[in-house]
Design a binder for this molecule. Structure first.
Ligand SMILES: Nc1ncnc2c1ncn2[C@@H]1O[C@H](COP(=O)(O)OP(=O)(O)O)[C@@H](O)[C@H]1O
Ligand SMILES: [Mg+2]
Length: 299
């Protein structure tokens, strides 16, 4: 709703992994390069971890966009499936039909499909997102898939993507067979302060902004402090702060607006928030309350 006010043609901080907003700073460029390398070199098993909202799923979409027609990929993002459900989704994703009756039948059919693809000079890639939610049973199934190989090459490449808990899951002693197969691991870090500034400015630009900057330097510093460089949080806070700026008819956002939104979102520790509250004079506090009401009902 604030787009027009800031001279934008589309929303700058949407929560979708829209590839036209892709920003490749060092962290994400490195992550993407690792994934591309893993696929191209037939590494077998690869793991990508990162905290919630750091951009793992966004990177996967970017990867899928870079793969050529010789790569058949299956993207599974609901890993709370049982083995039969998992195979059903895998077959749908790869366009193998019809559905089978049993796991053994699925495995036989899959093996045949993989050998055909190899003969055609193609690759098959299985990506499991949110893999920290996989059950031990499913992890074992996936490990067994990686047994599908010819004497000279792997038939399927598997990419497990998830939150840092995935690392802990894989490190369990009973999963050592799986662990030993992981040829490549990468941990996606959040943005540093410089990347954060480039990211925010880049998104505004892609949304059509041509002004002299919505967020001033101190606002960006505060933004880094409250989000620790996590893209998803940056989006939420920027969106809220721009809405607040619009409500106040202030075309530049300062650190106070960032702090205010961060507090409403619970990103700032409570004692810090209270301390801030005490120092506000009553008139300002009441103005803030009405703005907050606007903020809540305004969209
Ligand atoms: N490199 C990036 N370029 C552009 N937007 C990004 C990037 N990384 C993250 N985002 C934004 O942050 C949001 C959260 O990222 P996401 O990939 O869903 O994180 P994760 O899967 O790690 O939880 C995305 O919807 C997207 O808007
Ligand atoms: Mg994700």
């Amino acid at each position: 709703m604030y787009n027009e006010y800031y001279g934008l043609v589309r929303a700058p901080f949407e929560m979708t992994p829209d590839p036209s907003f892709l920003y490749l700073g060092e962290a994400h460029r490195e992550g993407l390069a690792t994934l591309v390398y893993a696929v191209n070199s037939g590494k077998g098993f690869v793991m990508l971890t990162g905290e919630v909202g750091t951009g793992k799923t966004t990177l996967l979409h970017a990867l899928l966009g870079q793969l050529d027609a010789k790569t058949n990929s299956a993207f599974i993002f609901n890993p709370r499936l049982d083995p039969l459900g998992f195979f059903r989704v895998l077959f749908e994703e790869l366009g193998i039909g019809p559905a089978c009756e049993s796991k053994a039948e699925y495995l036989l059919t899959l093996n045949r499909y993989l050998i055909e693809r190899l003969a055609a000079g193609e690759r098959v890639l299985l990506i499991v997102d949110e893999a920290q939610n996989l059950s031990a049973e499913m992890l074992e199934e996936i490990r067994l898939l990686s047994n599908l190989e010819t004497p000279t090459s792997k038939l399927i490449q598997i990419m497990l993507v998830g939150q840092p808990e995935l690392q802990a899951l894989i490190d369990k002693p009973e999963l050592r067979q799986l662990r030993q197969r992981i040829a490549l691991r990468h941990h996606l870090r959040p943005f540093d302060e410089e990347e954060l500034a480039e990211y925010v400015e880049g998104r505004l630009e892609k949304a059509g902004y041509t002004g002299r900057g919505v967020f001033n330097k101190r606002a960006l510093r505060e933004l880094y402090r409250v989000t620790q460089g996590t893209p998803r949080l940056i989006n939420v806070v920027c969106d809220g702060a721009m809405l607040l700026g619009y409500a106040r008819q202030e075309s530049t956002v300062g650190p106070d607006a960032i702090r205010e939104v961060a507090r409403d979102l619970g990103l700032v520790p409570k004692d810090e928030a209270e301390e801030d509250e005490v120092h506000k004079e009553p008139a300002r506090a009441s103005r803030r309350r009405s703005l907050r009401r606007f903020f809540r009902f305004g969209r």
